[in-house]
Design a protein. Structure first.
Length: 95
């Protein structure tokens, strides 16, 4: 599901690259990565809850799509995929 979402997102990301300035897309990626990093630091200091993502099909497609958008427009999809993979919970609830 991650792969399917990332392929569709990559197509959309390339379209965005033709419409928006690259700096906006890089800023979007930086904001998402910075938010996750700050949340991780606050979690270590016990001031924030850990981000947990249930590994269901909906979340896989969503994170794959976001990674595809960033990857298609900036060629840097790994930070978004790492956020999903590191936040994945053991809970295997299927919705």
């Amino acid at each position: 599901m991650l792969a399917i979402g990332s392929v569709v997102g990559s197509i959309f990301g390339v379209k965005l690259l033709l419409i928006l300035p690259v700096s906006w897309l890089l800023l979007l990626m930086a904001i998402i990565t910075l938010y996750y990093s700050v949340n991780g630091i606050l979690n270590v200091c016990a001031k924030a809850k850990n981000i947990q993502v249930v590994a269901n099909n909906k979340n896989m497609v969503l994170f794959g799509f976001l990674a595809g958008i960033i990857g298609g427009s900036t060629n840097a999809m790994s930070p978004i995929l790492l956020i999903f993979l590191l936040s994945e919970t053991e809970n295997k609830i299927v919705s």
